[in-house]
Every structure is written in C-alpha cells, then in structure tokens.
Ligand binder design. Sequence first.
Ligand code: GDP
Length: 442
Amino acid sequence: MPGLVVVGAQWGDEGKGKVTDLLAERADVVIRYQGGNNAGHTIVRDGEVFKFHLIPSGILYPGKLCLIGNGVVVDPKVITDEIAGLHTRGIDTSGLKISANAHLIMPYHRLLDHAGELRLGEQQIGTTRRGIGPCYADKAARLGIRMQDLLDEKILKQKIYAALEPKRLVLRPYAKDPELDLHAMTEEYRTLGHRLEPYIADTARIVWDSLDAGRLVIFEGAQGTLLDIDHGTYPFVTSSNPVAGAACVGAGVGPRSIDEVWGVAKAYTTRVGSGPFPSELESELADRIREAGGEFGTTTGRPRRIGWLDLVALRYAIRLNGLTGLVITKLDALTGIDPLGVAVRYLGPDQVSFDDFPYHQSIVHKATAEIVELPGWHESLSDARSLEDLPPQARDYLELIGDRLGVPVVLVGVGPGRDEVIRTGAGDHLVPEVAPAPVPQR
Ligand code: GDP
C-alpha cells in the first residue's frame, strides 16, 4: 500500500509528466509500464525545461527510484543519450533501473516502422517511426531481444541473426544500410550494453519490496486510454496497452497492489495523428487553443488536433481504468474562449445518440458530438491556487465535469510550472501541500 496508477484519460499528451512529477515527491518508486520513446514528458522546473522520452519523470529528485518496467520497449541509444544529457546538467541518475526483461528497439525496427508508414500512404497511422510497433510485434513473435541479452555477446548475435532473417525480404530496400550489418549491430549494441549494465535490474522485485514496506509506488502510463491497442480507436492506436490494468503486467505486480487510479485529462481534447475524433474543432478556435496550450508534440513537434472536452470518451476512460480521481490540466489555456463547448454525447448515423463510447468503429468514425455550451472566462488563471481563486465560470466548468462524470476532480492545472496547480481536497492525502522543488543536484 499504496500503488497509484497515473493514466492518460484521453488520446495522450494530457500532462501526465507534471502530475507524476508532483506525486513523485511522496513516492518511493516511479515506474513506467508500457510504450517506448514515442512518449514525451515535459517538466518545467524553476523555469528550466526537461524533456524525457523514456526516463520516468521522478528522476529530478535525488536518489528517487525511477524504473523502466518490463512492459516498456527501450531504444538503448535513446536511453544512453538521455542519461548523458542528465549527467551534463548535473542530475544524478543512480536511481534509474531498467528491467532486464524490457525489449530492445533495434535498427531494423525503426526501418520497418518507416517502411510500414510509407506503404500505407494516405492510410498511415501516424506513428512516430521510432520502431516501437515493430519491436512489440517481435516481442509477440518471440523474436525480441531483451535488455539482459546485451550482456552476452554470443546470445546477442544469435538473437539478432534469428530476428533479422525473416525480415530480409521486407528490408531489401535497405539492404546496403550499414546499420543492418549483423557484426556492426552486435558490436554497437554490446557497447551500449556495457554502458547500461549498471542500470539493468529486476525491477518487479524492487516494486514488490517497496509496496511490501508500505511505500508509495507510482505506475506511470504513457499515451492515453483512447490510444490503447485493445480499447482505443484501433488501428489508429499505439502498439501497447496504456490502460491502468496494464500497469500490473508491465511492472510485474498483481491487481491487488493497485489502490488508486488517477486519470489525467486536459480541459479540452487533443489528438496526434490520424483517426476518429468526434469533438474535433477545425475553426480558428482550434488555432487559438493550440497556441494557448502549446499543442505541438514533445517528441515530434507535430501540431496536435484540437477539440472540445469529450465527456463520452472520458466516461469510457473512467470505466476502463476504474478511475478513482480525475486530474484536469491546462484549464488556463481556455481563458478567453467564450462560450466554451463540452461534448456530452455522440450522434451516430440516423441521429442515434450514444452516451457510452460506441464499440463499433464505423459509428465512432462517423459520429459527431452533441455540444453543451457554457460561458467562458477572461481572467488569467495562473495565480489561482484554490477553487475559490477561480472565476465562477471556471468553477462551473469543473463542477459540470465532476457532476456528469461522477469521479472527483483531485487536481487542476492552471499553468505548466509545478506550483501552478489547484488541490481540490479530494486527493490531498497523496499530493504534497505546496509542491516544493527538489534540491538541485549540482
Ligand atoms: P504528457 O505526455 O501527458 O506528460 O504530456 P506532455 O508533456 O506531452 O504535454 C503536457 C505539456 O503541457 C507540457 O509542456 C507541460 O509543461 C504542459 N502542462 C502540463 N500541465 C499544464 C497546465 O495545467 N497548464 C499549461 N498551460 N500547461 C501544462
């Protein structure tokens, strides 16, 4: 006790990084349980911006245990660079541990990802082309290479050979790519293995020991519920399971180890890449919210698609994840948007309406959203630290969310900084009073 999952309740980029960072102060361990370096977390600390793609957000606290679970796929080059980047800024990385069972992204996974998207043309999924999907495919095909394989040259070479052989045909256009040379690849990964060896560990055991000692463990999800490979808007999804249940598999704990599940949602909706988006806005309003919220991908810089807050999708996320609390981020980005819209149900073909997220893709693709309008506000919210500090329209907006969804709003984000947050009272047992910045590690 207690294990807390932080999960994206929308299509990703909800600001989970900042939430995890706040909670991390109280936690013993922060563990990522799925995804790869297609996730991107931005944390602003004393005006300094930190971007992480693989390392859990808690790393800025000296000595905090930050784990990369077995469910994550790791590009050893990317993690090595992230570690080096942190060292350059004087940050101690001794608390970082990577599961020996985590699968490795190989050069051929990146090439296959690229080739796959090119082949799909206009139908492309909009992957980040980092090789994540092909890496998970190899894991399922039992052709994956894991962190622990980096430590044995003979096994590494055998496994690379076995994984490469069935791909020769598809990889023919890249046959001359020096990255695909078996010998060179083995050498390169061995070198990376030497550098990563101190970080490789039995992360499931570390999590167990912390939970057993009664400490707080945060399970940090990447992407979001609607991008889940089983429950999201397939095939426009990620190649893993962001939903809270996957925290058990991807970290190696039983379901009884999870006590709380907090879903993070923006005060509006965004999505990157292709796929259905019933509450999407395509007007000048979308541009205003995009600018105000800085809605450009951390990993790719791509402008995000923008829409009204979608209560149908959120209700679905609440059910799938068993949410015990909601964190609403970026309320500040809605300042000046008046009136505000909230999608309360979907309208499918023949004007059939849906309160619940429709299971059939054809309906979701064609659905439009029924919008309820609320008055907006014009004041800046960045100095608000309690609900009473908010303009009444902003309070009404939050109240509508809590009432219609039946899950308490535990935190509200009013700016990117770690202190720009409102504690509502409902989750205070887990969030530190005034989130103090950790001791600089210089
Ligand atoms: P994540 O992957 O879910 O952590 O989300 P991202 O890091 O991709 O996007 C969140 C972005 O929003 C980051 O740049 C954060 O600094 C920023 N952010 C988080 N919470 C708030 C908030 O309440 N208001 C504003 N304006 N920005 C926020």
